[in-house]
Design a binder for this molecule. Structure first.
Ligand code: DOR
Ligand code: ZN
Length: 358
């Protein structure tokens, strides 16, 4: 049994899963996949490659490249997703359901974020596909931001709820939906009160930082992601949602690696790299909220339950040990600067073992 008091020095948890992860491809994939595999048993892998992972055949090939890139001995299962485009067919959804390795379909409104140009321009074009997904009980994962340039960037998530999500779920009431990387109080309230099957992932960066962190002493490109960090009041709502025990909220890092030079330039890429210290970051947030006893359900149970997958049987151990996140890590022929670089974290992942330790 865990002791959750401030005096505790170690925590054992069921091994967690990451329900929202970017692994990239090629050398970049090889550079980052081990970090996620060292922490998580499974991950929902985002399909926003160039070109996107749009078909079951694409997903099969990408899944094999991920498995090939894993370090020897890693125990990690990639859960594949398809990228919804204006041209996705209902047949592709049925093939996805039958594949056994495609677990969801991702909606990127065209232009909303990194590699989203192939995304959906008009949701009405995808109605036959959404209908097939509803029948196949295939979850739709949404990047919940409108792309209307007249909507302030900090309001795009709230506008998405009213303009897209509510009408979508009215038209497809049985569609299983994950509102990815929620960043606002409005999104939390929507997910808490909406009817039907809806879940939401929450990232470490949106729990740890508010938008002031983007400008702390100067521009901080490694804290820039989309949806962008919001006001402190929104961060507090996210912490309450994550730590509150509601099974609709679960862990999804949105770890999104970009080479340092691609973020440190006149027009820098969006995405925070959190994979190497993800569970430790969440533990820090949960402890600060006095909710360490609820970390396991958020990190290891709620997502598996939503996706109707068995919970993991392995466990991990976190030790109370202060360590400093490296200033940079190798990445392809460049380096990557992780979120929290040079900051200290009070927890460290010590081991992965069998359930029986507990
Ligand atoms: O910050 C982000 N980075 N948000 C996204 O939606 C995509 C991601 C990426 O792929 O880099
Ligand atoms: Zn993402």
């Amino acid at each position: 049994m865990n002791d959750y008091s401030a005096a505790t020095t170690a925590l054992r948890l069921t091994r967690p899963d990451d329900w929202h992860l970017h692994l990239r491809d090629g050398e970049a994939l090889r550079a980052v996949v081990g970090a996620s595999a060292a922490q998580f048993a499974r991950a929902i892998v985002m399909p926003n490659l160039r070109p996107p992972v749009a078909t079951v055949d694409d997903a099969r090939a990408y899944r094999q490249r991920i498995l090939d890139a894993l370090p020897a001995g890693a125990r990690f299962t990639p859960l594949m997703t398809l990228y919804l485009t204006d041209r996705t067919s209902a047949d592709e959804i049925r093939r996805a359901r039958d594949s056994g390795f495609v677990h969801a379909v991702k909606l990127y409104p065209a232009g909303a974020t990194t590699n989203s140009d192939a995304g959906v321009t008009d949701l009405r074009r995808t109605w036959p596909v959404l209908d097939a997904m509803q029948q196949a009980q295939m979850p739709l994962l949404v990047h919940g931001e409108v792309t209307d340039p007249d909507v302030d960037v900090f309001d795009r998530e709230a506008a998405f709820i009213d303009r897209v999500l509510i009408p979508l779920r009215r038209d497809f009431p049985a569609l299983r939906v994950v509102f990815e990387h929620v960043t606002t109080r409005e999104a939390v309230q929507y997910v808490e009160h909406a009817g039907g099957a809806i879940g939401a992932t929450i990232t470490p960066q949106h729990l740890l930082y508010d938008r002031n962190a983007l400008f702390a002493g100067g521009l901080r490109p490694h804290r820039y992601c989309l949806p962008v960090l919001k006001r402190a009041t929104h961060r507090r709502a996210l912490v309450e949602a994550a730590t509150g025990g509601n099974p609709r909220f679960f862990l999804g890092t949105d770890s999104a690696p970009h080479a340092a030079h691609a973020k440190e330039q006149a027009c820098g890429c969006a995405g925070c790299y959190t994979a190497p210290h993800a569970i430790e970051s969440y533990a820090t947030v949960f402890e600060a909220a006095g909710a360490l006893d609820r970390l396991e359900a958020f990190a290891s149970f709620h997502g598996a339950d939503f996706y109707r997958m068995p919970r993991n049987t392995e466990c991990i151990e976190l030790r109370r040990e202060r360590w400093t996140v490296p200033s940079e890590l190798p990445f392809d022929d460049d380096v990557i600067v992780p979120l929290c670089a040079r900051e200290t974290i009070p927890w460290k992942l010590a081991s992965i073992g069998s359930r029986s330790i507990q």
